[in-house]
Design a protein. Sequence first.
Length: 203
Amino acid sequence: MASSPMFPLQSVLFPSVPLPLRVFEPRYLTMVGRLLDEDEPGFEFGVVLIERGSEAGGGDQRASVGTLARLVSVAAGAEHLLIVGVGTRRFTVERWLDDDPYPRAELSPLQELEWSDALAPLLAETEAIVRRVVARMAEPETDADIELSEDPVAAAWQLAAIAPLGEYDRYTLLTSMSIGGLLRQTIDLTLEAEELWSAERGS
């Protein structure tokens, strides 16, 4: 059972999706420094959703399923670091360790989702619905024209990431046990979000 540095956030990270972060807390600056330490290679950290509480200061309640992020770039600011990670593999938290000097946990990997060519029409339908709804809702932080990976599993996760959903819906998608289930739930939750959006605007 592997132990990993952890970065609890108020957002969900999916595999194959980038994660830009502004790091300013001393504990996370220490964590990034150790990730970059040649004597302690590893360049990955775990990301889990904070279900209750805040990102700064600790004392939060954390989700049990998350995604490993591979550190791909680090830039120094005046009193912070700007880092970018990319989601790789999902995991289950088996046990939290002491938050000293930063959050750590023992993790078990979740099984990778397997692609079947029979799902190609469902992937195409999911892409069409997500792009249409994102464009209609004019989500300011989402690009409806974003280019998807040629890898269909990565594309499915990317569609989950750009769908106009709240973090608890995103967490539901993160725990999917099959590609078909992920795509169907992405469609259902996206259409529910569109219906709620329309009702609020009377359109």
